[in-house]
Design a protein. Structure first.
Lengths: 161, 550
């Protein structure tokens, strides 16, 4: 049963696999850990399939900077409800490094955080299946905002002026 | 003052709906205790010793009479008839019911108030000088900038899950009445090399168990960059601040471990690379915000001497509880919330309603909260102060002690707070019982006594001229005393005088410290300055010279 997630405001089946899930499918779209990527960079490029990488909170976006064009997806993990570094990672990826691929929030992702995550630039969210329905409405908890945002993909233009 | 537009109204209303739903999900078991904790804390709701505690934001301490009246009504309907003003210019209710909190928030929204980000690891209420706009020593009114920061920091998507709480204070005057040097970030309005107004930015100040005075990150920041620079400071902190140990998670620990040079280098580098994509302060928005803080319609008056020929009681009150106003014929009037038999900072529902009426009658319908837990009517005609005093006196709100020994800052302590190790309200009471001779209190002059019931330092004890810290010693309440602290522009941290003392010995110990001061002071020298000149030693020797008689 493939994972379901929220992407660009829609509940969809995930076509991405973590390495442990991918079995031997050579064409699978793969999400690597940063360590996996760094230890086998050339082999992963040679493999040819689409690549993603997951950053832990302590990782710096700069560790990926030179390789960003090689990735179609970057995931930022949120190990617990108080974790907040991923929000800064997302803004840096979108605003400074101009990453335009899929930016995914993983780990402890509940509907109450989605609005903030989306405004920082995340456009996909791995969540428990039971939370997915609520999640869609959580993206529109607030209809206005005081800050500029990176959620153009969701077509939310909330800023005061 | 600032009035909500459609955007502000919409956001606050949507917040009420969001929190109502979160509370429902928690009560229905859909959110765990821990998950709900993170959500309710970002809405000012603590679970305390007896009941939940709800902290309501008062942006930079400014209230309209309608808001104060509403706060009084909430105290009566949802609490036990009173509220408690805090050192961060907010108000706390100690007895709300969890399931009624959404209704309280709805009441608040009607008067353009909320409890957003009054707790939790996010950017808290921005505080400021309670004399903003009326003090003669001001370069520029800081409140439009406070409002800008309030809006920018409200639901900031990137900085809502910081390593720890984050407090910003803004001042625009020579004297620092906002304790900005002990804030995570202090913003000072200053004039730059070219004569333009901009900001000096400080970071890394704070109290708690590791008190540190803030240091200058940037001497002059042109005003259009305020928000991008704050974002750079916060991003460095969000990414690099410690999250493994709650006691080492404030920005002050990061600044101290990196050193101010390296911290500054990182902030500047972050700012350089991201400032172009961040929120610029545009002139139109600043002009709009400034328009809310235009001076009220002052009458053309001349200065008078309202105290001349009046009773001693009024003269004392006028001297201690009123202060200079930049407009001739006006005075700023403190409403003392330090009546000897009332917990410092507490005010009843009917007092709030009365003060709202007095604000309408005497002070253009506005009231301010000071960080020393008093209220202020900022724009009172000097000729009306006598009439105002008579009413305040009858309501128990004219204790003539502002800036003196009994104008103590005091946290709720063991009586309410689940973090506290010891009581503070009862110690304040003991001190009041011991020092009830106003001639003596006035003779001591300016004296700041600050008291916290635990090392979290909500009562700012480190920066009290005399600081009192409650500690737990094998289940008993003891008190550590410091002297020589200060919170203003010359901020310093107090020094511990020696071993902690029993609760009943606190007043006598303070009396002994004051004896040394009275004996050793030079003409016009404050207690603080005598301590700075002599050092702790003579005070310590006297304090512990003989056991305190029971």
């Amino acid at each position: 049963m493939p994972r379901r997630l929220l992407r660009d405001g829609l509940i969809v089946h995930d076509e991405w696999f973590y390495r442990a899930e991918a079995q031997d499918d050579p064409a699978a779209a793969l999400i690597l850990t940063l360590a996996e990527w760094q230890s086998g960079r050339d082999a992963w490029i040679a493999r040819g399939g689409r690549l993603g990488v997951e950053l832990a909170p302590a990782h710096r976006v700069e560790q990926l900077a030179a390789d960003l064009p090689l990735f179609s997806l970057i995931a930022c993990s949120f190990p617990g409800p108080s974790e907040g570094r991923g929000y800064s990672q997302a803004r840096l990826l979108r605003e400074y490094w101009k990453f335009s691929g899929e930016l995914r929030a993983t780990g402890h992702v509940r509907s109450d955080q989605l609005f903030f995550m989306a405004r920082c630039g995340f456009n996909s969210f791995e969540m428990a299946d039971a939370d997915l329905q609520d999640a869609y409405t959580a993206l529109s908890t607030f209809s206005r905002a005081y800050q500029p945002s990176n959620d153009a993909g969701l077509a939310l233009k909330l800023r005061r002026r | 003052m600032y009035r909500y537009d459609a955007v502000d109204k919409t956001l606050v209303t949507e917040r009420v709906a969001q929190f109502r739903d979160q509370t429902r999900r928690f009560l229905a078991g859909e959110l765990s205790e821990d998950e709900f904790r993170h959500l309710r804390l970002r809405n000012g709701l603590y679970i305390q010793r007896h009941a939940p505690m709800l902290r309501v934001a008062i942006p930079y301490g400014l209230l309209s009479s309608a808001q104060l009246r509403a706060l009084g009504g909430i105290a009566r309907r949802y609490d036990r008839g009173y509220g408690h003003f805090t050192t961060r210019q907010n108000i706390q209710y100690n007895w709300p019911k969890l399931e009624e909190v959404p209704d309280i928030l709805a009441e608040l929204a009607k008067v353009e108030m909320h409890s957003i980000q009054t707790s939790g690891n996010c950017i808290r209420n921005t505080t400021s000088d309670h004399l903003a706009g009326v003090t003669p020593d001001e370069l520029e009114d800081p409140r439009p900038w406070c409002e800008l920061i309030r809006q920018w920091s409200t639901f900031h998507p990137e900085f809502t899950y910081l390593p720890r709480k984050f407090k910003i204070a803004v001042t625009g005057a020579a004297q620092d009445r906002a304790a900005s040097l002990v804030h995570d970030v202090g913003v000072h309005i200053v004039r730059g090399p070219g004569g333009d107004l901009g900001f000096e930015i400080l970071a890394g100040g704070g109290l708690g168990r590791t008190p540190i005075i803030g240091q200058v990150v940037r001497e002059f920041l042109p005003r259009e960059h305020l928000l991008t620079y704050l974002e750079a400071v916060l991003r460095v902190y969000n990414l690099e601040g410690r999250r493994d140990n709650i006691h080492k998670a404030r920005i002050k620990i990061l600044v101290r471990s990196l050193g101010i040079e390296e911290f500054r280098r990182r902030v500047e580098a972050e700012w350089e690379r991201t400032r172009s994509s961040g929120p610029r302060v545009d002139d139109a928005e600043i002009a709009r915000l400034r328009s809310f803080f235009n001076p009220p319609a002052y009458r053309r008056l001349t200065d008078t001497e309202p105290a001349a020929g009046k009773s001693t009681a009024f003269r004392a009150w006028y001297r201690y509880n009123t202060t200079a106003h930049k407009v001739a014929g006006y005075r700023a009037v403190y409403v003392s919330l330090k009546k000897p038999d009332v917990p410092p900072g507490d005010v009843t529902d009917t007092q709030m309603e009365l003060l709202a009426d007095l604000a309408d009658r005497y002070s253009f319908g506005e009231v301010r909260v000071t960080h020393t837990q008093n209220l202020l009517l900022a724009d009172v005609e000097q000729e009306q102060t006598f009439e105002l005093w008579q009413t305040l006196e009858r309501a128990g709100l004219a204790t003539p002690n502002i800036g003196t020994l009994t104008d103590m800052i005091c946290c709720p302590g063991l009586d309410f707070c689940s973090l506290a190790n010891a009581g503070s309200i009862d110690v304040a009471k003991l001190i009041n019982e011991r020092f009830d001779d106003y001639d003596y209190i006035y003779d001591l002059g300016e004296l700041e006594v600050k008291m916290s019931g635990c090392m979290n330092a909500c009562g700012h004890h480190h920066v009290g001229h005399i600081g009192i810290l409650g500690v737990d010693k094998s289940g008993e309440e003891w008190y550590q005393i410091t002297i020589g602290g200060a919170a203003g522009a010359d901020a310093s941290l107090g020094s511990v005088i020696g071993p902690s003392v029993a609760k009943t010995d606190v007043p006598e110990t303070i009396a002994r410290l004051l004896e040394v001061y009275v004996e050793q002071r030079r003409p016009d020298e404050r207690f603080l300055d005598t301590v700075r000149r002599l050092g702790v030693r003579p005070f310590k020797e006297r304090a512990y010279a003989a056991p305190v008689a029971a």
